[in-house]
Design a protein around this ligand. Structure first.
Ligand SMILES: O=C(O)C(=O)C[C@H](O)[C@H](O)COP(=O)(O)O
Length: 215
């Protein structure tokens, strides 16, 4: 199973911006308890590397990726910390080439057919559709993806995805997994509100089962 198949099996990827790496393991445990042992730890905060490292070492059952990866140096940091995949809100050819050379599965962000073709040229198997809701929501993605379905490219919509619109996104076969900050918000992590994070994860897993469980 490829990493992107594993992400697709979870169908939801919590996007995390974490300020204090001391929260790494309680956060991982809340997600595990909620049945969603997967996370995209974003390089938006200086705590990202230590957080990825702590979770990868102590909770190997978690599927940990790095988000907002903007440079070759961050590709190296993500790999060294133990990230198994990486994503970015946009597409940078040099970063993609470096990730490919180092064997890190990378999903760049796209919002237009031109972006998507650049990702296909770089042999990407999954792309982030960002910002998913403001860019036009599920109907926009369906229309952008239509000419490219034969390539097998899969999508990770993020930006405005919530429990309320999750079912609409997962109804699209081309969506591998959605991403979003709503499961583990920066405020809840900072406040140590891990019970709520576990509850949000459980609710997301239940919604995924309701949409995908029968297929
Ligand atoms: O950092 C990245 O790699 C990104 O692609 C951006 C995030 O996925 C969105 O910022 C999600 O934001 P929400 O709308 O709060 O769920």
């Amino acid at each position: 199973m490829s990493i992107f198949d594993s992400l697709s099996a979870h169908a939801v990827v919590p996007v995390i911006a974490l300020d204090d790496p001391a929260a790494a393991l309680p956060l991982a445990d809340a997600l595990i308890e909620g049945g969603l042992p997967v996370a995209e730890i974003t390089f938006r905060t200086p705590a990202a590397r230590a957080t990825i490292e702590a979770i990868a070492k102590a909770r190997p059952e978690m599927l940990i990726g790095a988000g907002t990866v903007l440079s070759e140096a961050q590709v190296d940091e993500a790999l060294d910390a133990g990230a198994r995949f990486a994503l970015s809100p946009g597409l940078d050819r040099e970063v993609l080439a470096h990730a490919a050379a180092r064997g890190l599965p990378f999903a760049p962000g796209i919002m237009t057919p031109t972006d998507l073709q650049a990702a296909l040229r770089a042999d990407c198997r999954m792309v982030k559709f960002f910002p998913a809701m403001p860019a036009g929501g599920p109907s926009m993605l369906k229309n952008i993806a239509a000419p490219y379905l034969h390539t097998g490219i899969r999508f990770n919509p993020t930006g405005g995805v919530t429990l309320d619109n999750l079912a609409e996104w997962l109804a699209l076969k081309e969506v591998a997994a959605v991403g979003g900050t709503w499961i583990a918000t920066r405020a809840d992590i900072a406040a140590g509100n891990f019970a709520r994070i576990a509850e949000n994860a459980r609710a997301a897993v239940a919604r995924v089962a309701a949409v995908r469980g029968k297929s």
